[in-house]
Ligand binder design. Sequence first.
Ligand SMILES: C[S@@+](CC[C@H](N)C(=O)[O-])C[C@H]1O[C@@H](n2cnc3c(N)ncnc32)[C@H](O)[C@@H]1O
Length: 202
Amino acid sequence: MTVGPWRGPWPDDPRLDPQLLREGDTRNVADRYRYWTVEAIVADLDTRRHDLHVAIENWQHDFNIGSIVRTANAFNVAGVHIIGKRRWNRRGAMVTDRYVHVHHHSDAAAFIAWADRERIAVVGVDNLPGAVPLETTGLPRSCVLVFGQEGPGLTEEVARACDLMVAIAQFGSTRSINAGAAAAIAMHAWIREHADLSSMEY
Ligand SMILES: C[S@@+](CC[C@H](N)C(=O)[O-])C[C@H]1O[C@@H](n2cnc3c(N)ncnc32)[C@H](O)[C@@H]1O
């Protein structure tokens, strides 16, 4: 739902954006963030980011990255990591990248070094030999879920560095599902296991 120009006494809350108050807020943001500046929304999200990161290999401008960023924003992950090309396909992100901390790693080695430094478990998500079922496997609270590209999937270098490799059970004829869909399923598995749902209101 979008909102029109602010009506009533002019608010003096510094989190509110005078232009949005004047012109209305048509952004796709949760109702509690209506009229807030982007900076104020990011600062608020930063107070309760999850211990979850996601990473995607980007060697061919994968079109799924935008949708992964949007889902990562919905689940308030700590960071999104692009491995490979710095430029990524923003279509599908619906400007949610403004509210997410996006990091770039020039290659797999740089990404793995970052995870080592931060002591974050690297969890590969791919249907590769040796993977265990996501449906019956616990995910570490502090982890980075890594996704491969349409076509090749995870590179050997990243797959070798994973502390755990999980696969999503499939029952049809297709070899794999779309990486954006796989990312949403895997992030939600982490949410089901670790997120605090006690204050959810709809
Ligand atoms: C289209 S898949 C291609 C790779 C796949 N290994 C294959 O054999 O064709 C692209 C990415 O989506 C994710 N993915 C797709 N289906 C998956 C599944 N069933 N389990 C886990 N990840 C999956 C993985 O991250 C994978 O790297």
